[in-house]
Design a protein around this ligand. Structure first.
Ligand code: ADP
Ligand code: ASP
Ligand code: MG
Length: 426
């Protein structure tokens, strides 16, 4: 008997029909002889709607109350799903994150899981019931307040619970048939990736492929837990996330594609610190101040200093939502650092090419840059990792850049195979 953790995203339970459809699928999995634990997201765009509502009441909702509000979304879907399963003649019991033993730190809005103690889930399973757990939420070990794990956090709940229960697989059900070589909403000719390593999936997720969130992939990698990403609207096999990029002996490694896919991200902004004195410690003081403000930066570029002035420019990218705060923090330290000016651009986009094969195949960057040049796209910044190349371009160029790159690396399917079954893409 296998233990399967199934996570259903908001698009899969968007309305009453969706909830009934998902309930049938869960019951069928159990009837086939498996033990099933379900993690569910809020219905459709509920979380966005609750956020909008909070922002209509106040521009700065207190974190504790915002988490209390947002976690109600998952409580609605978990209870409705348990009712739908009962109608089909099986017992289901819903649990909040706290009841399911998801223990976190006390950072509201982006809490980290520090322990999972799923005693009540195991008991429900032992008694033959199907546990339905509210995703995206936990309870703080210190304050005992309700916390949320960050947007898309139900993915993390599912993987964390699967790891704690020693499940055989974590199935992530969504509105597309798996992980594709790019978001099929932007590139309809994208191909489904049958199997991808944790490392490549982590890079795809971190570079904007929101089909999985990075933290859930990190978690799965740590516990070597296989993830199967698939559609709740079809019976097709999806994408298996398992194995490691360095592990050439993997069976599927033989067929390993050089490039796994392309990803894009329009959510970042770029700050340029103009006229920084070219002396020891300048970068340390800039990034020290940014770090103290709790901001995670992504790419950094420092220009060659002009001999005449002894000054240089430093540009870096960061989450767009942190842009204004970071500008204010830096402005307050202008005299101390001694820079001349600050520029901010939130009309940028990041386009990334991901593939473990690029480590051993020369010419990948050359081909990437050539495809962008042919498409008339100007590159503002470049960074690389062992298995990724990313460029920052103007936001208006993202679509063209993504499609050109996808084509240049032969990722387009011969016939359109990607289906987007639901969701609003919000
Ligand atoms: P859910 O409601 O199931 O959590 P999400 O909206 O979070 O669904 O994630 C699924 C969406 O991710 C898809 O509808 C698709 O538009 C988007 N997406 C982005 N990049 C990719 C990719 N490389 N492969 C598949 N889907 C992707
Ligand atoms: N409902 C939450 C969100 O929209 C969590 C999730 O769906 O994973 O971010
Ligand atoms: Mg999601």
């Amino acid at each position: 008997m296998a233990l399967v953790v199934q996570k259903y995203g908001g698009s899969s339970v968007a309305d009453a029909e969706g909830i009934k459809r998902v309930a049938k699928r869960i019951v069928a999995t159990k009837a086939a002889g498996n033990q099933v634990v379900v993690v569910v997201s809020a219905m459709g765009d509920t979380t966005d709607e609750l956020l909008d509502l909070a922002n209509q009441v106040t521009p700065a909702p207190p974190g504790r109350e915002l988490d209390m509000l947002l976690t109600s979304g998952e409580r609605i879907s978990m209870a409705l799903l348990a009712m739908a399963i009962a109608t089909l003649g099986m017992e289901a019991r819903s649990f909040t994150g706290s009841q399911a033993g998801v223990i976190t730190d006390d950072v509201h809005g982006t809490a980290r899981i520090i322990d999972v103690t799923p005693g009540r889930i195991s008991s429900a399973l032992a008694e033959g019931a199907i546990p339905i757990v509210a995703g995206f939420q936990g309870v703080s070990q210190n304050t005992k307040d309700i916390t949320t794990l960050g947007r898309g956090g139900s993915d993390t709940t599912a993987v964390a619970l699967a790891a704690a229960l020693n499940a055989d697989v974590c199935e992530i059900y969504t509105d597309v048939d798996g992980v594709f070589t790019e978001d099929p909403r932007l590139v309809p000719s994208a191909r489904r990736i049958p199997r991808i390593t944790y490392e490549e999936m982590l890079e795809m997720a971190a570079c904007g492929a929101k089909v999985l969130i990075p933290r859930c992939v990190e978690y799965a990698r740590r516990y070597n837990l296989p993830i199967h990403v698939r559609s709740s609207f079809s019976d097709k096999i999806g994408t298996w996330v398992s194995g490691h990029a360095g592990d050439e002996s993997e069976e599927a490694g033989m067929e390993q594609a050089i490039i796994s896919g392309v990803a894009h991200d329009r959510s970042e902004g770029k700050i340029t610190v103009v006229g920084v004195p070219d002396k020891v410690g300048a970068a340390a003081s800039i990034f020290g101040i940014v770090a103290e403000a709790g901001v995670n930066i992504d790419m950094i570029v420092q220009n060659v200093s002009a001999i005449a002035t002894g000054r240089t420019d430093i540009s870096f990218t960061l989450p767009g939502a942190e842009g204004q705060k970071t500008l204010e923090t830096l402005r307050a330290a202008q005299d101390k650092i001694g820079f001349q000016d600050l520029l901010y651009d939130d009309r940028i986009g990041k386009v990334s090419l991901i593939g473990a094969g690029m480590r051993s195949h020369p010419g990948v960057s050359a081909k990437f840059f050539a495809s962008l040049a042919e498409a008339g796209v100007n590159i503002q910044m470049i960074t690389t990792s062992e298995i990724r190349i990313s460029v920052v371009v103007s936001q208006g160029d993202v679509d063209v850049a993504v499609n050109a790159t996808h084509r240049a690396f032969g990722l387009d399917a011969d016939e359109v195979e990607a289906v987007v079954y639901g969701g609003t893409g919000r």
